[in-house]
Structures are given as C-alpha cells and as structure tokens.
Design a protein. Structure first.
Lengths: 179, 328
C-alpha cells in the first residue's frame, strides 16, 4: 500500500501515536483546499495563510478527541468554518448583504467575473459553494460542517448556482456550454 | 420520476452523488421533460464555468506549520499530553506483531508451567506398601547389639522407641539403627554370606522382606537357644509389619508367655498393647500397659500410654484399623 492509499483517518491515528510524518502527509494532502477555501472566504493571502495554519493546529490540539466516525476532511473544514465565522464577526463582510452584480463590467474576463460573483455570494451560500467546489465535500458532509440539514444545503447551493448563472450567461462561453 | 422529485435530486445528479438506479431514472425523466433538461443544462453549464482558479499556499507553509505544530505539542495541557501518550501506547499494543509476539510468549510460558511427563511415556513404576501405615506403626527399633554386659537379662539386646516420650528409656546400652520402615521395602538383598541365621533374618527384616524375615526368625525361635526369645519377638514384629496388628497380637502374646520375665516378653507385651490399642481393644491394651508399670524399662512409656488411653477418643471400628497389606 502506497502512502497515497492510506486514508486520512489512518494517518491521523498514526499521528496520535506519535508519527509526526503522518501529520505532514495530512498537511500536504489538504493544504491547497484549506488555503483556497480560506482565501476565497477572507480575500487576503496573509489571512488565509495564517488561518490555514490555525486550522491544522486546531487538529493538533483536538487530536486526542478526534472522532474517527467523522471524515478527517469534515473535521478540518469544520474548524476552518469556525475560524471564518470568527473573522466575519470581527469584520462584517460586504458579501453578507451585497447584491450580485447584474452584469459584468465591459472588458472583464469570465474568470474575474466568477471570482467577483463568488465573493459577492451571501455568506451561507458562499460557504456551501466553496465547500462543494473547493473542498470537494459531499452535500451530506457539508451539512455536518455547516450544521444545517442536507436539504437546506442543497437549496443554498441551488441559489448560489443561480446567482452565478446570472453572471455567466452574459458570456459566450456560457451559451456554448449550454449547447 | 416527476418534476418535484427531479428538482430535489438535480444537484445530486450534477455532482454524481446519486446511485445508478436513481441516475438512470433521472436521465429517463430528462429524456421526456424539456423543463428538466433545461434545468440540468443550466446547472451543468454554470458548474463547468464556475471553476475558481487554484492558488498554491506560500512555499514555506508546510515548514512553518510543522514548526508551529512542534511548539503546540510542547504546550499541550497535561491531560491532553497524557491522552496522547496513552494513545501512543495503545497504538503499540494494537499492533498485530506485538499481539502475536505476546501470544507466543504466553504459549511458551504456559507450556513451561504445565510441562509434565505423561504417565504413558514412562515405564510403569510399581510401588508396594507393606505393613501398617507409618503413623500407625510403632517406631520401636529392634536393634541388635552384641552386648553381653552383666545385668542384662539375656544377650544384651535392648529395645527402645524413637517415639519414646522418655528419652532416658532409650539410653544406656541401646543403639539406634535404621527404623524398621526406614530401611524401606527396597530391592531384595541376598543374605550376606558368613552371617549367622539371625543376622541373615535381621538383614531381610531391615530390607523390608518381612515374610522371609519372619520365617527365618521362627526357625531360630523353634530351634531354641540363647536367641530364641529375641527371634520370637522379631518374628512377631515381622508379622506385624507384613500383615498388620490383627494377626500379630496373638504372636506378641505368645512371646510374652513363652519367655516370661525376659526383656523380649516385656517388649512383646508393650507391642501387643500398642496393637490392641490400634485395633480398638482399649481394655486389653490398658491391662497390658498396666502390667508394664512395674518394669523399669517400660514403666515410663506405659504410664504415658495409659494417660493417652484416658484421653483417647472412642475406639474406631475394627475394619478401619486393618492395614492394607499391599497397595499398588
């Protein structure tokens, strides 16, 4: 069995037994997703870097209480969401109430428009969208992370996609994708 | 599948979280419903184009994190560190190799503890126990000593008991030798050449060949002579050792009557009394002990025996007193 075949939970178990290299493996496996999730949530490279480290250190501190019935990634992004909530409470995000732009600025690229549209999503929809698209968590796990029902999570995801669609449908790429 | 159900599962279909049957049903529904097709197409196009660019963490992210992790571990509260230590130890304990090793050691240890020779693997050992049990046997030692000192009633042989309550009774010219049982029932020892018949019979007696010894002593006793009394007593003692008290009582009584006033007679009276006591004939034993109160060599022992008789429990049935002649 190669290192890549070892599950997150097995690596966490090894880490609890003193194998620090297992923790390094977990970091390498999840650092990009955690960092990008936080970067999209906070919009700051420095804050994302700092909080991503805090997320993994949270795993270290909670290591003895790690629940193996919960997937490691769920636990990881639960910590990340908690830290994001903390940051939001310190400085309310404009995306909380901001309406989606109903049109992309002229000359703007699709990529920039999508980033702005995601940034402008309401917090709850943004959480769900990023957990689904960046963290690649299934809806059931997103429900556990956000402590909502799975149905509520899907409704918020539908709303998020519909908002993004409003931005995307002004681009030719979208019309081509529909064909 | 209807439109409501399709609306509920469309995201699962989009992200591939449906099982095969539901996926097939949803696709069949889309084949029949333009609305469903349109909804799914828009979601699919939105998802395809909503891919956010991925940014790599800072290059020193992992190094810095591992350093902070090391510091965080050092700063963990004591109870968390204890929990971590327990987890580490439990991890070692759960390793299959350690479990197998522990089981192997347990098996080896238990094998050593319970390692015993099975009876079938060794040649049979035959054990024959003759005469009365040790506890019942009188430990009086018939010891021969060539001592013709004056004052002794006959050839200078005297009797003593190793269990004599009065050690003084066993002093004097008495020499202690191996007990009758002490020699034990060993292998037959051929009578030494050159010994006189009495010594030959005595050797057989000491080697535990009581029946042979008895026959030898009886021949000497019947032939008469200066050792006739001694031989008669030995013959009775041999019978007692071989077959127990029941047949020996009469023989002791015969010695007492045939050699009156001799040390053999007193000793025979003493031994006969002991046998009677063992057989439960307390009154007979008492009479015999009382007859020895006037004999200096046996008076002390007789008084002790009489005292014991007074405190002895009720006599047991005779059947339980019969010694087993031979046991394997």
């Amino acid at each position: 069995m190669s290192v890549g075949d070892v599950s997150d939970e097995t690596l966490m178990l090894r880490y609890q037994r003193g194998d620090r290299s297992a923790f390094g493996q977990l970091v390498r496996r999840h650092q990009v997703a955690v960092y990008n999730f936080l970067l999209r949530q906070l919009g700051s490279v420095l804050a994302a870097d700092e909080l991503a480290q805090e997320v993994f250190l949270g795993v270290v501190r909670e290591g003895g209480r790690f629940n193996y019935e919960t997937p490691f990634s769920t636990r990881l992004f639960s910590i990340a969401c908690r830290l994001v909530q903390r940051e939001r409470s310190r400085s309310p995000q404009p995306g909380e109430t901001a309406a989606l732009p109903d049109a992309a600025p002229r000359g703007d690229t699709l990529e920039n428009s999508i980033e702005r549209a995601v940034d402008a999503l309401p917090a709850a929809e943004k959480d769900v969208f990023l957990l689904r698209e960046v963290a690649d968590l299934p809806f059931a796990e997103i429900a556990r992370v956000t402590q909502r029902t799975e149905t509520a999570v899907k409704i918020q995801m539908q709303h998020a996609l519909q908002r993004l669609r409003l931005t995307l449908q002004q681009f030719d790429e979208y019309r081509r994708a529909l064909r | 599948m209807n439109s409501d159900k399709f609306d509920r599962i469309v995201l699962d279909l989009l992200y591939g979280e449906l099982d095969e049957l539901t996926t097939a049903a949803a696709r069949r529904h889309m084949d029949q419903s333009a609305r469903a097709r349109d909804i799914f197409a828009h979601f699919k196009a939105t998802r395809q184009l909503s891919v956010l660019p991925t940014h790599a963490p800072p290059p020193d992210f992992e190094v810095a994190l591992m350093e902070r992790e090391r510091r965080a571990l050092a700063e963990l509260p004591l109870h968390l560190r204890a929990g971590r230590l327990v987890s580490m130890l439990a991890g070692y304990a759960m390793r299959p190799q350690l479990i197998m090793g522990a089981l192997l050691l347990l098996m080896i240890g238990s094998s050593l503890v319970f390692l015993r020779a099975r009876p079938g693997q060794h040649s049979a050992v035959q054990v024959t126990e003759r005469g009365a049990p040790e506890a019942e046997a009188d430990a009086v030692l018939p010891v021969v000593e060539r001592n013709d000192a004056p004052g002794e009633p006959s050839s200078g042989l005297s009797w003593a008991a190793s269990s004599d309550p009065d050690p003084a009774a066993a002093t004097g010219s008495v020499t202690l030798a191996a007990t009758a049982g002490g020699a034990g029932p060993g292998l037959p020892v051929p009578a030494a050449e050159g010994l006189d018949p009495f010594d030959q019979a005595l050797a057989l007696y000491r080697d535990g060949h009581y029946l042979d010894a008895q026959r030898g002593f009886e021949r000497i006793s019947r032939a008469g002579g200066r050792r006739a009394g001694e031989a008669a007593l030995y013959a009775a003692q041999s019978l007692r050792s071989a077959s127990g008290c029941a047949p020996a009582v009469g023989r002791f009584e015969r010695v007492r009557l045939d050699f009156p006033g001799s040390s053999w007679a007193y000793e025979a009276a003493w031994r006969g009394a002991k046998c009677l006591q063992q057989l439960g004939d307390v009154e007979g034993a008492r009479q015999s002990y009382e007859s020895l109160l006037q004999v200096s060599s046996h008076a002390t022992r007789a008084r002790g025996a009489l005292a014991n008789l007074g405190t002895a429990a009720a006599p047991l049935p005779r059947a339980t007193r019969e010694p087993t002649a031979a046991r394997k």
